[in-house]
Design a protein around this ligand. Structure first.
Ligand SMILES: Nc1ncnc2c1ncn2[C@@H]1O[C@H](COP(=O)(O)OP(=O)(O)O)[C@@H](O)[C@H]1O
Ligand SMILES: CSC[C@H]1O[C@H](OP(=O)(O)O)[C@H](O)[C@@H]1O
Length: 402
């Protein structure tokens, strides 16, 4: 491959090594090994290691189409630039929670970054029994710091609008608008519904109360440019160990509603909790309450110290903002749960449940929670009520809001 002429070429394991040497990330005579390790829906990820030196790097490359679908579904290469820029932006506020970026090439849609292979993708780790005790403390801090810093409250509206222009991301937003907010709520050809669960899905598709509230959430996603979001903060976008947490894959970054990032983390943690036996759930239910507690404490401190809005000190304004972020987060969590059960991209930890009766029960319970989060989001005053709803549903009871 050549990097001198700016025309796109998909990397192979061989040309990825050539690139790594050309960028002088390794000695020219180093013995390197490369494997394509991408397991996401969209991109290629090459891990290049120098076994003798026990070090490695990651080269992520966007394809000009959606990887899981193929060339029939073209997709902008600019997502690689968005991802690199978002990671660099997050690093200004929370360098401890993102991989270091070594190199970006817009024409080749390439991001070269720190190899995080000493950590585990959280969805995978949670499915095999890990609990990551610091996960929600770290993610709560990541969310509060990145979202506050890019909001009107920290930047003022002028500067914020300029940053929002840099993260204009219509093609990736369209994927979310379709595959999270729309198709799973209708009998769409891209959905993936187990035959035996069709009546459950059909009940949702015919539920006018649900559809109205789902429409309002989609509209909020499309129009509320509150802060620079990660945009796809599910547990497959987080690496962790018991001590460390790193957020990857912000190619869906754009200016949107703060509650979306919060809601996606809660939804995917809740799905992992549902997939576990009851006796192993407590550590994950803790993450649902802790992420919001850490978010509110950190966001409130930043508000008090760094808010440039003339109305910042008006009594009740911070509480109003937190209340609406929370209600949005609950609703978005509901949308994410329903799409991970009936949409195109399922939760791998739930799909991995081999016993049919157990997997179907988890999916039915998730669907009931997802519906209630969307329809009754204003009745959930705190994360403990999410935990209560989960406990009611797994016991086979109706969700009661006291
Ligand atoms: N910095 C990294 N270090 C080690 N592995 C990585 C890194 N980034 C991605 N990966 C691996 O590649 C996989 C896909 O990466 P991801 O960014 O989620 O791709 P996609 O955008 O296609 O979803 C991850 O699940 C992980 O296994
Ligand atoms: C047709 S794309 C579906 C889905 O894939 C993305 O996830 P990831 O990049 O982590 O593989 C995103 O969640 C999209 O909604």
């Amino acid at each position: 491959m050549t990097l001198s002429q700016p025309s796109y070429e998909a990397l192979t394991e061989h040309t990825a090594i050539t690139l790594a040497k050309k960028l002088e990330l390794f000695d020219s005579n180093a013995d390197l090994v490369c494997h394509e390790i991408g397991d996401g829906n969209l991109n290629m990820v090459f891990r290049i290691t120098e076994p003798a030196a026990q070090r490695g790097i990651i080269i992520k490359q966007a394809l000009p189409y959606v990887r899981v679908i193929g060339e029939g579904w073209p997709l902008t290469l600019n997502r690689a630039v968005i991802e690199s820029e978002a990671l660099r932006h997050f690093a200004k506020h929370v360098p401890q929670f993102v991989p270091e970026i070594y190199y970006t090439d817009a024409a080749y849609a390439i991001t070269v970054m720190e190899d995080l292979s000493h950590l585990t993708i959280v969805r995978t780790g949670l499915a095999s029994g890990s609990t990551y005790p610091l996960l929600s403390t770290h993610i709560g801090e990541f969310l509060a710091k990145t979202l506050f810093a890019t909001s009107d409250f920290a930047m003022g509206p002028q500067e914020k609008r300029e940053l929002a222009l840099q993260f204009h991301n219509p093609e990736l937003c369209k994927i979310t608008e379709n595959f999270v907010f729309t198709y799973p709520l209708f009998d769409h050809e891209t959905n993936d519904v187990e035959d035996i669960l069709r009546p459950t899905a059909e009940a949702l598709w015919n539920d006018q109360v649900l559809l109205l509230e789902a429409a309002k959430l989609k509209q909020t996603f499309m129009t509320h440019a509150e802060a620079l979001l990660h945009g796809d903060l599910h547990t497959g976008s987080i690496f962790a160990s018991d001590e460390e947490t790193k957020v990857i894959d912000p190619e869906f970054a754009f200016y949107g509603p703060i509650g979306f990032d919060v809601g996606l983390f809660i939804a995917n943690t809740l799905l992992s909790a549902l997939a576990r036996e009851e006796s192993d759930r407590a550590a994950l239910l803790f993450h649902i309450t802790q992420v919001w507690d850490v978010f509110t404490i950190t966001f409130s401190n930043l508000w008090r110290q760094n808010n440039v809005d003339d109305f910042a000190q008006v009594e009740g304004y911070l509480e109003y903002q937190l209340q609406h972020i929370w209600a949005d987060a609950v609703g978005f969590a509901g949308s994410e749960i329903i799409r991970r059960i009936f949409g195109l991209a399922h939760a791998r930890d739930i799909e991995a449940i081999t016993e049919d009766a157990h997997r179907l029960a988890v999916k039915r319970n998730a669907a009931a929670l997802g519906r209630d989060f969307i329809v009754n989001r204003s009745l959930y005053e705190s994360p403990s009520q999410i935990v209560q709803a989960l406990q009611q549903v797994v016991k086979g009871a109706s969700i009661v809001h006291i």
